[in-house]
Design a protein around this ligand. Structure first.
Ligand code: IPM
Ligand code: MG
Length: 385
């Protein structure tokens, strides 16, 4: 509980922390060049619940595709096993210091889902490991593709990943007269870099349209700035049409079968991106089928968009977990570090195993195949391509 004086002090300290963050952002160099590295280190964090099962499977497939690169020493895998809820709770930290140091010694990270504590559950109410990792490694772009080829849907979401409601999501407070406050942050530098990445992607991938999604009519300072700066960046790309939408109508338009195939690239603040990408993933078969890339200039992390499914573990069904989300994340990882040919082969195999051939299916229980059997099926399919 804060009185008005201590509340003002807290608010001042939060603003100072954001000024430091902006300064650090400005001091950063350009994107890392993987090709010039003597070795690319891929860190593998299993996480919680079904995380270790599906992450291990994706690692097996990655090792299979990168056999030659591992043999030559160009690529190395490193296990990081301290990112479990038990270890995080024991240290009272979203990411314990030694685990953070291990993460920072890698170039890219393949990460399984981690349990996010919430008030009232068995864990201390520490910050989400995802959110902490995105902040610590400055992974400012959350790139989430969604495809439903038979409906013509081919969307790529650029969710701002380090600002908005998430930056100070654990820093809100309540005053003694019952006023609770949270904060949402939009910075000039933070908005420009996500907008540039979205438009660059659109240009390189021959997309003709970028849609900016906000609630700028109501959230005027932060969403208003996000919209305005994205539009300004868009002016540097005269071949790309920019349109803008409010999040409520965009949520509706995604279920409009007559209109939704027209969308291509979306750029949006953190919380709207979180919500709408779950909705979008549902059209391609659910969150279990969707991978996600968290991209920064020095680091990148690839993960599933769903949670750790502790119930599956409790019910003894972890071995039947679906690895497809992590395999899609593996595709994005391969492509990001420059192995596009391997990424394309994995995509082709996954499309065959998940949609066209479907010789085996994962159902999450013993009515379907196990996670390992599905991984084997994917590798057999790659061999047969
Ligand atoms: C996601 C997840 C996370 C988020 C949670 C687990 C903190 O929902 O990656 O979309 O809200 O960003
Ligand atoms: Mg989410």
């Amino acid at each position: 509980m804060e009185n008005i004086v201590s509340a003002k002090e807290k608010f001042g300290a939060l603003l100072e922390s954001q000024r430091r963050r902006v300064a650090a952002m400005r001091a950063q160099g350009d994107f890392i060049d993987y090709a010039s590295l003597p070795q690319i280190v891929i860190g593998v964090c299993g996480g919680d619940g079904i995380g270790p099962t599906i992450t291990h499977e994706a690692e097996r497939v990655l090792r299979f595709l990168l056999k030659d690169e591992v043999a030559s020493g160009k690529v190395a895998f490193r296990e990081i096993d301290g990112l479990t809820i038990e270890n995080r709770a024991a240290h009272g930290k979203a990411i314990p210091d030694d685990v953070l140091a291990e993460l920072k010694a890698c170039h890219v990270i393949l990460k399984g889902p981690t349990t996010t504590p919430r008030a009232g559950d068995e864990w201390p109410n520490i910050e989400s490991a995802n959110v902490a990792m995105r902040k610590e490694l400055d992974l400012f772009a959350n790139v989430r593709p969604v495809k439903v080829p038979e409906e013509g849907i081919d969307w790529t979401f650029f969710r701002e990943n380090t600002e908005g409601a998430y930056t100070l999501g654990s820093c809100g407070f309540e005053t003694e007269d019952g006023i609770s406050v949270d904060f949402t942050i939009t910075t000039t530098d933070g908005t420009q870099r996500i907008a540039e990445l979205a438009y660059d992607f659109a240009q390189k991938n021959h997309k003709s349209r970028v849609s900016i999604v906000t609630k700028a009519n109501i959230i005027k300072a932060t969403d208003g700035k996000f919209l305005r700066l994205c539009q300004e960046v868009g002016k540097n790309y005269p071949d790309i049409v920019t349109d803008d939408w409010y999040i409520d109508i965009m949520t509706a338009k995604l279920v409009d079968q007559k209109r939704r195939a027209e969308f291509q690239v979306f750029v949006l603040p953190n919380l709207y991106g979180d919500i709408i990408t779950d909705e979008a993933a549902e059209f391609q078969g659910g969150v279990g089928t969707a991978g996600s890339g968290n991209i920064g200039k020095r680091y990148a992390m690839f993960e599933a968009i769903h949670g750790s499914a502790p119930r599956m573990v409790k019910e003894g069904r972890a071995q039947y977990a679906d690895p497809c989300s992590m395999l899609r994340a593996a595709v994005m990882l391969l492509s990001h570090i420059g192995y596009q040919e391997q990424a394309d082969r994995l995509t082709e195999a996954l499309d065959k195993c998940m949609f066209t051939e479907k010789a085996l299916t994962v159902t999450g229980r013993d009515t379907g195949c196990t996670c390992t059997e599905f991984g084997n099926y994917v590798m057999r399919t790659i061999e047969g391509l």
